[in-house]
Design a protein. Structure first.
Length: 155
């Protein structure tokens, strides 16, 4: 084998080895975030002078706050709760947030909290209050006597 062929084979073997290391090591550590890695540079840029980079501040380990859940909407149409009775779960001390949409004028009643809210025909209302009583409570359309949701306030 000639010297040029040996060099070519050695370079191909080196490229294969580098690709294998990158493929086998990439993504195997779930703690490593690819966004934190500096961008890779092409081999042809190896003679370029790197520009000085400012040190980025390191992220500190802090507890991530729970995202606020979206407001659930209970829909009442044609004498039925669309999708069935809704379950609302909150912890004591949190704020209860939900909305009711109805095709008929009604009164919403949250048992245990004695909240009454009038809703116009074809309208919707948001209900918001602090969950300060633990337990399971019925949310109903008062005039129809129909339970539309169950509120669970956990300790």
């Amino acid at each position: 084998m000639e010297r040029g062929q040996r060099i070519a084979f050695a370079m191909i073997a080196a490229v294969i080895a580098v690709v294998a290391v990158v493929v086998l090591s990439g993504g195997s550590d779930p703690e490593t975030n690819r966004a934190d890695r500096p961008p890779a540079t092409a081999a042809s840029d190896s003679t370029a002078t790197p520009e000085p980079q400012e040190a980025e501040p390191q992220a500190t380990a802090t507890a991530t706050p729970r995202p606020k859940p979206g407001i659930q909407t209970v829909r009442y149409r044609d004498g039925k709760v669309v999708g069935g009775r809704t379950r609302l779960d909150v912890d004591k001390g949190e704020t209860v947030r939900f909305a009711v949409a109805s095709d008929v004028a009604e009164e919403i009643h949250v048992h245990g909290y004695d909240r009454y809210v009038d809703i116009p025909a074809g309208g919707s209302k948001r209900i918001t209050f602090k969950a300060d009583i633990e337990g399971i409570f019925e949310v109903e359309l008062h005039d129809a006597g129909l339970e539309i949701a169950q509120l669970r306030v956990n300790p």
